[in-house]
Design a protein around this ligand. Structure first.
Ligand SMILES: Cc1ncc(COP(=O)(O)O)c(C=O)c1O
Length: 396
């Protein structure tokens, strides 16, 4: 007998996609459904892993190394223009084996479903990264999906929620820049959301794994909002990853930063069930957080692909250049039908937006009319795939 809460989860989007696209592709396949960067990871990674090979013979410390934590604290200070020391390297940072596991575990760290009465509430944007919902449900919390569709400017306005919900809230997930919409919240929005979390005593978990992939201005981060508000990182935990920033999803390397007490508790929990990041990977990650040249080059590749997309789509299919991240969020009328056609007619695999969102009380799914297209391939492959999409969907 498995945990009955598993039954509350819908199938993972990629399982649903496999069920939808069972037939053969209409052309040599191009997979744009998964946000897995196909750019080369920086060459320094392989060199450092080889140099540090002796580290594979050791159990790594869950807290990482002082050098890793210092590199992360320095990067946060530089990137988010905050005074040095606002994040203490030794007490406020934990390495993660990719942010996915940390985003999942934070719900288990914070939600106590055994206190009787109503379960705690976890807020999440709708559409959302699926791990948030899985974590909330399996932690015994009640997920409350906060609309982040077009009519909300693709941003979840937690401040508009009923105070009765906010009183029961333990944790709120917020993805900035947003996957899938590519929206970036400004500092005023971030400050208002942090203020709300502090007022109601819940933790705001800000998933900033796309913060380094941007088109124009660098996205604001919640750390800057905290610095402006004062009060350190009270009420806030921040997640960052090397998967997108450094095109190294297979490295499994990220971190969480937060208030010292919470990070200490997180470390205690992870001592029981977390995957510690291996020493050679910590060494490579340290070097990656210290280097911006490869990140700038990475951004340039994405910008070139956005230029190609703009040329191909113009204003059709509701195309807009996402301010952050590398997904197109195209308004195609019926996303599921469009995904099926793109596969069957053109061999392009994209994700129906409905699979990334939940229907609201009126049965409206804010992702239903969209497809998510991951611009993860090289420029030429991307151009080819986008042209095929335009041929199938625009001509229709
Ligand atoms: C919004 C969002 N958060 C977190 C992750 C997890 O990234 P990782 O575990 O590779 O750090 C992803 C990966 O696709 C993502 O899209």
């Amino acid at each position: 007998m498995t945990n009955p809460r598993l039954d509350l989860l819908t199938d993972y989007p990629f399982q649903r996609l496999a069920a939808l696209l069972q037939g053969p592709p209409g052309a040599p396949p191009i997979v744009m459904s998964i946000g897995e960067p196909q750019h080369q990871p920086p060459a320094m990674v392989a060199g450092i892993l080889a140099e540090q090979a002796a580290g594979w013979g050791k159990y790594p410390p869950m807290a990482g190394t002082p050098a890793f934590r210092a590199a992360v604290a320095d990067w946060l200070t530089r990137r988010f223009h905050v005074p040095a020391g606002i994040v203490d390297a030794d007490t406020q940072i934990l390495p993660l084996a990719g942010t996915r596991e940390g985003l999942f575990q934070i719900a288990h760290l914070l939600c106590d479903s055994t206190t009787g009465g109503k379960p705690p509430v976890v807020l999440l944007p709708n559409p959302f990264y699926q791990v948030y919902a899985g974590a909330a449900l399996l932690a015994g919390a009640e997920p409350v999906f906060v609309p982040a569709g077009r009519q909300n400017g693709f941003l979840p306005d937690f401040t508009s929620l009923d105070p009765a919900i906010l009183e029961r809230t333990t944790l709120a997930y917020f993805c900035n820049p947003a996957n899938p919409q590519g929206t970036v919240a400004d500092l005023a929005f971030l400050e208002a959301t942090v203020g709300l979390a502090r007022r109601y005593g819940f933790t705001l978990a800000v998933d900033e794994c796309y913060s380094e992939i941007y088109d124009g201005a660098e996205p604001a981060g919640v750390l800057t909002a905290c610095a402006r508000l004062g009060g350190g990182l009270d009420g806030v935990v921040i997640f960052h990853s090397l998967s997108k920033r450094s095109s190294a999803p297979g490295l499994r390397s990220g971190f969480v930063a937060g208030p010292a007490g919470l990070i200490k508790a997180f470390g205690r929990m992870r001592a029981y069930g977390g995957a510690a990041v291996p020493l050679p990977i910590l060494a490579a990650s340290t070097a990656l957080w210290q280097d911006e040249a490869h990140v700038e080059a990475n951004r340039a590749l994405y910008r070139a692909k956005l230029d190609a997309a703009e040329t191909i789509f113009g204003r059709r299919l509701g195309f807009y250049r996402p301010a952050g991240g590398f997904f197109l969020w195209l308004d195609v009328g019926d996303g599921e039908q469009a995904a099926a056609r793109l596969w069957a007619d053109a061999g392009v695999r994209v994700l129906p937006g409905a699979y990334l969102a939940r229907a609201d009380a009126h049965g409206d799914n804010p992702g239903a009319s969209y497809i998510r297209v991951a611009l993860v391939h090289d420029l030429e492959t991307t151009r080819q795939a986008l042209s095929r999409i335009a041929d199938v969907l625009v001509a229709a």
